[in-house]
Design a protein around this ligand. Structure first.
Ligand code: NAP
Length: 266
């Protein structure tokens, strides 16, 4: 009788020395992810557009930072050069967190410019960064492309607007890429969060602090950015033959994108 092969059990700490680029690192989930990966032992290059926020993150964690606009090809090309200067010809992980929603107008009243901006930010930005960094990830022998999409990629809801469409597009990018990389040492991991209370997501979407706060009214413990960073840390740190290819993570109070338990007077 053969005994079970235990040599591939979860190592104590597989991470030190691994390298990652994290987008959307100036706030919310991306910032918490960069902090968490540094604490786990990753070498991190954290990017977003706002330099002063990145400088704070660098001072706090010691990670590398760079101002990058993922909707601008020259900016993304410069990111690839910087990653190569810092980490050499290989990169272990691209962590795509940059993205977001604009507006809640119904389809009948949709604002085409907002839809275009959401497609640029969530789909084409993710594509540009993937295309620029994927060769280094493929060379690494332990590669990951992790995308933070949303439950909005999987469930329509009234007012989901172009965010449903854009996140569904990003989800399809992940699925296509996974098929194309099959047989290589690159996992494609999609994390699809439900309601996460971050400082800016609803503010950027709705443009008004009162309306943004009302999104979370009466909801017991929406997810935090740190909750999402935990899941991302686990997925990236898992033995490399284990691919959490799609993880949906919601607060207990949320049963579906549009089904959230709210307590009166909280
Ligand atoms: N919060 C939620 O409820 C929730 C739920 C599911 C999924 N998500 C997804 O999770 C991701 C992070 O959300 P969050 O709540 O952390 O939102 P957030 O705090 O608004 O963060 C968005 C990040 O994306 C960056 N970004 C936006 N446009 C960019 C561009 N053109 N180039 C480079 N960076 C850009 C922003 O930085 P700069 O402005 O400095 O560039 C910021 O760091 C998004 O993809 C979002 O769609 C959020």
């Amino acid at each position: 009788m053969t005994t079970a092969n235990t040599t591939d059990a979860r190592p104590e700490n597989p991470v030190p020395g691994l390298t990652a680029v994290v987008t959307g690192a100036s706030s919310g989930i991306g910032r918490a992810t960069a902090q968490r990966l540094v604490a786990d032992g990753w070498q991190v290059l954290a990017v977003a557009r706002r330099e002063e926020r990145l400088a704070e993150l660098a001072a706090e964690t010691g990670c590398q930072v760079m101002a990058v606009d993922i909707t601008d090809q020259d900016s993304v090309d410069a990111l690839a050069e910087r990653a190569q200067e810092l980490f050499g010809p290989t990169l272990n992980a691209i962590v795509h967190v940059a993205g977001g929603a604009l507006g809640v107008e119904p389809v009948a009243e949709a604002d085409v410019e907002k839809w275009q901006a959401m497609y640029e930010r969530n789909v084409l930005g993710t594509l540009r960064v993937t295309r620029a960094l994927l060769p280094a990830v493929r060379r690494s022998g332990r590669g990951d492309v992790l995308l933070v999409t949303s439950v909005a990629a999987h469930e329509a809801y009234p007012g989901g607007s172009g965010y449903n469409a854009a996140k569904a597009g990003e989800h399809m990018l992940a699925r296509t890429l996974r098929l194309e990389l099959n047989g290589e040492k690159v996992r494609v991991i999609e994390i699809a969060p439900g309601m996460v209370r971050t400082e800016e997501f609803s503010l950027v979407r709705l443009g008004d602090q009162g309306a943004a706060d009302a999104v979370y009214d009466g909801v017991e413990q929406p997810l935090t950015a740190e909750d999402c960073a935990d899941v991302i840390s686990y997925a990236l740190g898992a033995p490399h033959h284990v691919n959490l290819d799609l993880v949906t993570v919601r607060p207990l109070a949320q049963a579906a994108a549009h089904r959230v338990a709210r307590h009166q007077g909280v």
